[in-house]
Design a protein around this ligand. Structure first.
Ligand code: DSN
Length: 491
């Protein structure tokens, strides 16, 4: 495993064997009850070891993070917050929640951290409700802010819906790389808010701050959202905050994708959202390399409302996951994590360069962060065809819309790739050229297929088995130099 990962878990030889023993025995216990589950867990490790994981939102958590989740905290209810629970017996939950929040505050330089959200969507919902409660005037909202949500009657809810009215949210458009939870219809945020989006410059693919300012002046949103899941460049949060201030908006940044780059101090100054935003949301499992989950950081004036996240919009906290968040955040405070974050970006730039040299088209022409967005139309493919062909060759990616995508959000014209996982595994800049070569080989040798009636298909494709097999062999060879979880031998 990579030096950075060794550093992150500080693994000595004796710990390595301890990890093998821990996972083996845990699986034996599971196997005694339901062997199919134990087998699937083992098979998942084997699959992850064998595939070239380029999904930009995935990573590999350390054994310490994984082990922190499998314990008795899973049995505990702990609605409420530290020291103010709706259940008795939460003293140990209070400990892990406090430790996780302390690490989060220190790591990100945040005034307040709320570590209960179960996912990024949940973190955003907590943040949206906190802003609504803080900003929207109305007697029912005020009562809601002051009391337990269960105290509201049906009549209260009817009044509340009227009070909320059509609050406005301005966020990045989905096809420019924004996220569903930033006010789009398939998500509840699209029903809670009257949403408008800002896109990117058609010529450069870059965020156009003048256009954002113009949209904000015209639309006057309650919340201005920045953050993305498929934009390969940096966002200047200082400028975005200036725009928010000019129109009286609360500035919210969803840093789910790049939290690890903020934690590792690769994104600083204007590019660090924490000093500029009123409220920041994130997941903990992407570039931050923690357990699956979410988190909210905010300025002091929003802290009380944010802490009402459970039970306002969240189910009972997951104390076992908060324990794992605490471990991951402690790991991210180590100097090695800064090296890791820098190498994530170096690798993404090297991968982009390798693809460009082979003639690929990249949205914005490259990357400044952890992800690269390929427009695969140049290969004569849809994103769906490219994703499937790459998977046949052991390369795991996901299809993604590109700006103004003619194939829509289902078939798409793009493939999004990211380097957080391969960097954890220890691959470096030199190996990114081979990854680019493997991807290009598959994409250039795949052709679009036809449907049963002979018409062009957006899903079917043709890739010779021998090409897929050869790429798969080369990918395995590349990965064999960087074994995944070498400290874990399931036997
Ligand atoms: N599903 C995540 C991603 O892949 O980017 C975002 O929620």
């Amino acid at each position: 495993m990579s030096d950075s990962f060794r550093g992150a878990v500080d693994a000595s030889d004796s710990q390595l064997s301890a990890e093998s023993a821990a996972f083996r025995r845990a699986l034996d216990v599971v196997r005694a009850v339901e062997p199919r589950v134990a087998d699937a867990i083992g098979a998942e490790l084997a699959d992850q070891r064998e595939s070239l994981k380029l999904i930009a939102s995935e990573n590999y958590a350390s054994p310490a993070v994984l082990l922190a989740m499998g314990n008795w905290f899973s049995d505990k209810y702990a609605e409420g917050t530290v020291g103010r629970r709706f259940y008795a017996g939460c003293r140990n939950v209070d400990t892990v929640e406090s430790v996780a929040a302390e690490h989060a505050r220190e790591l990100f330089g945040a005034a307040h951290a709320y570590v209960q959200p179960h996912s990024g969507i949940d973190a955003n919902l907590v943040a949206f409700w906190a802003v609504l409660a803080d900003r929207v005037e109305g007697p029912t909202l005020r009562r809601l802010s002051a009391r337990h949500v269960n105290d509201l009657t049906e009549a209260d809810w009817a009044v509340l819906r009227r009070e909320l009215g059509d609050q406005r949210m301005l966020g990045m458009s989905l096809d420019a790389g924004g996220h569903l939870t930033h006010g789009f219809r398939p998500n509840i945020s699209g029903k809670m808010f009257d949403q408008r989006s800002y896109g990117t410059d058609p010529a450069t693919g870059l965020l156009d701050y003048a256009a954002v300012r113009e949209a904000a002046r015209e639309f006057r949103p309650l919340i201005l959202v920045a953050g993305y899941s498929a934009y390969p460049r940096l966002v200047n949060f200082r400028i975005m905050r200036e725009i928010a201030d000019e129109v009286g908006a609360t500035f919210l940044v969803d840093m789910a994708h790049f939290a690890g780059l903020v934690a590792g101090k690769v994104l600083t100054g204007d590019f660090d959202p924490v000093p500029h935003a009123h409220i920041v949301t994130t997941t903990t499992h992407k570039s931050l390399r923690g357990p699956r989950g979410g988190m909210v950081l905010c300025q002091p004036e929003l802290a009380e409302q944010v802490d009402r996240g459970c039970p306002m919009v969240l189910g009972g906290p997951l104390p076992h996951v908060m324990a794992a968040k605490a471990v991951a955040l402690a790991e991210a405070r180590r100097p090695e994590f800064g090296d890791y974050a820098r190498r994530v970006v170096d690798n993404a730039v090297a991968l982009a360069d390798g693809l460009l040299r082979r003639g690929a088209t990249l949205v914005t022409g490259g990357t400044d962060n952890h992800l690269v967005l390929l427009d695969v139309a140049g290969y004569g493919l849809t994103g769906r065809q490219a994703e499937s062909a790459l998977l046949d060759a052991g390369i795991v990616t996901n299809r993604n819309a590109v700006p103004r995508d003619p194939n829509g959000a289902w078939y798409t014209s793009g493939i999004r790739v990211g380097t957080p996982a391969l960097t954890t595994r220890g691959l470096g800049v030199a190996e990114m050229d081979e990854v680019a070569e493997l991807m290009h080989t598959v994409l250039s040798q795949t052709t679009a297929g036809v449907g049963p009636d002979g018409s062009a298909s957006k899903a079917r494709y043709v890739l010779e088995e021998k090409v897929a097999d050869e790429v798969s062999r080369r990918a395995s060879e590349l990965l064999s130099g960087h074994p995944l979880y070498p400290s874990v031998d399931l036997g």
